[in-house]
Design a protein around this ligand. Structure first.
Ligand code: GLC
Ligand code: CA
Length: 520
């Protein structure tokens, strides 16, 4: 079972380049995060995940690493990271780093060596075919003609992100190495060394990028499970409290691989999209199109979510947690096509479900997805979700004193700020803060509290159960009203737009209630 400390935490996802610029160069940095830790703490967040901070040419916003042991100068130094970790510890905020486990940048020294004509200790660090004329077809994307070495290298994502070689589960070609090949084991052991290095400097765990991608030709996921279980057990020997969070989006496999938390997001499963991102343009793949449950039109079907969610939840609830994030740096912001009322209802759900909530920076104030921004650092249509945090009404919304910022600040007339929302009791920010506080105070709402569906449709009603209490949550994202009979109300913890009528509750448009009921 997962580290005990995880249960009651709510995480905040920080995109470092856009959070807060402490030295006026227009790019957010680690010192900037330190300056804002009190804000994070006051919001009730008790953990942060920072997108990659390693040295990188930033072709993919830092997901193309050149040196895994070094903080990128634009964010500061390794000492700054140590200070950040210490400042987090003082405030009981856990800190997890982004581990880009599957690939590096082509600028990485390992890859440069691997590309050389002469064989050397890095030749097998990446996956290469034996001839430039063999483009590895059937096994993913390969790039040829980029090196002295005669062969094509496998890429994981963009062309400059060559896949590290952890081996193939099923070998079908002579250029494919088995997982237990000494060179593949070296790749694995290097990864473990990287993890231990950062834990040694104060990290509490990692969000693992493309966690399912490491072992190739592994349709049954046997190899990848073995790999991660081993990596985790090695890490735990020195850092028993460290946690691993996966970008996998298939909890049954991820938790069985030893991950403490798996995100359900826009791929592999449609569950996440059916809640928030079912409409065209709301997720990068547009693989599934329909009506999100959380839309004021009220045309969604919560069963589309529950069918998949419950299957994965029931299979994993004793071993790890599912995270339903508000968004991340790869998705259009949750605020797209939603107003503050819609967002409050969405957060009432996000902050009362089992597992670990992750809130993407700026979502707590409903920052907008900026349409049609020119791509920045490989962002493409993701760029509009990565704009600078809006702190107050000073220059650059308080993000930076520079004349030019990493990405343009949203200066539209209705661009909201933290300052403005702090002063308004009814703001989205204060709603989120209040819901986080309620979650923290009631063990029924923690990651491992019981979960039972009470009623489907609009409103969607569910019960969470802990040692001390049972809590009913009912959310009505729809513009339509509904009146329903619900279990006895003992104490209301939070509500919006509901009326008590005799034995029933009337849900006006975009409403919710969170209340304690009798335990049994
Ligand atoms: C993950 C990251 C994404 C990155 C990709 C390649 O999906 O979240 O931002 O581009 O991996 O590393
Ligand atoms: Ca800076």
């Amino acid at each position: 079972m997962s580290a005990e400390w995880l249960k009651d935490r709510v995480f905040y996802n920080i995109y470092p380049q856009s959070f807060y610029d402490s030295n006026g160069d227009g790019i957010g940095d680690l010192q900037g995060i330190i300056y804002k830790l009190d804000y994070i703490k006051e919001m009730g967040f008790s953990g942060i995940w920072i997108n990659p901070i390693y040295e990188s040419p930033f072709g993919d916003a830092g997901y193309d690493v050149t040196d895994f042991y070094k903080v990128a100068p634009r964010y500061g130094t390794n000492e700054d990271f140590e200070r950040l970790a210490k400042e987090c510890k003082k405030r009981d905020i856990k800190i997890i780093l982004d581990l880009v486990a599957g690939h590096t940048s082509t600028e990485c020294e390992w890859f440069k060596k691997s590309s050389e004509f002469e064989k050397n200790e890095y030749s097998n660090r990446y996956i290469w075919t034996n001839s430039v004329w063999d483009s590895g077809s059937g096994y993913g994307g390969f790039i040829g003609g980029a090196s002295e070495r005669d062969g094509c290298y496998m890429k994981n994502f963009f062309y400059f992100q060559p896949a590290l070689n952890y081996g193939f589960k099923n070998i079908e070609k002579d250029w494919q190495l088995p997982m237990d090949h000494p060179d593949c084991l070296k790749t694995r052991d290097e990864l473990i060394k990287i993890m231990k290095y950062w834990c040694g400097l104060g990290a509490d765990g990692f969000r693992v990028d493309m966690a399912a991608s490491l072992i190739k030709n592994d349709p049954e996921k046997v190899g990848i499970k073995e790999l991660w279980r081993y990596v985790k057990s090695e890490l735990k020997k020195e850092y028993p409290q460290a946690i691993l969070v996966s970008e996998w989006s298939y909890p049954k496999d991820a938790i069985a691989s030893g991950f403490d938390v798996d995100f359900i997001i826009h791929f592999h499963l449609k569950a996440y999209n059916t809640l928030f991102r079912y409409e065209k343009g709301m997720n990068p793949s547009d693989e599934w199109i329909g009506n999100s449950y959380f839309r004021s039109a009220g045309k969604g079907d919560i069963d589309e979510f529950l069918d998949e969610y419950l299957e994965h939840y029931n299979a994993t609830k004793n071993d790890g947690y599912i995270s339903i994030p508000s968004g991340n740096h790869d998705l259009p912001r949750i605020s797209k096509g939603r107003d503050f009322d819609d967002l409050k209802v969405a957060f009432a759900f996000l902050l009362t479900m089992p597992g670990i909530p992750f809130i993407y920076y700026g979502d707590e104030i409903g920052m907008k997805y900026i349409e049609n921004l020119p791509s920045k650092e490989g962002g493409y249509n993701r760029t509009g979700s990565r704009t600078p945090m809006q702190w107050d009404s000073t220059k650059n919304k308080g993000f930076s004193i520079a004349d030019e910022t990493y990405l343009p600040v949203d200066n539209s007339i209705d661009a909201t700020t933290v300052r403005e929302q702090l002063e308004d009791n009814n703001s989205l920010l204060n709603t989120v803060r209040n819901l986080i506080e309620i979650r923290k105070k009631n063990d029924a709402l923690w990651a491992d509290g019981g979960f039972e569906v009470i009623k489907k449709g609009y409103p969607f009603v569910y019960k969470r159960t802990g040692k001390a209490s049972s809590i009913i949550i009912a959310v009505n994202p729809s513009d339509n009203e509904a009146k329903v009979d619900l279990p006895t109300v003992c104490a209301v913890l939070a509500e919006k737009n509901v009326e008590r009528e005799g034995s029933g509750i009337k849900f006006n448009k975009q409403s919710y209630i969170v209340y304690e009921t009798t335990k049994f």
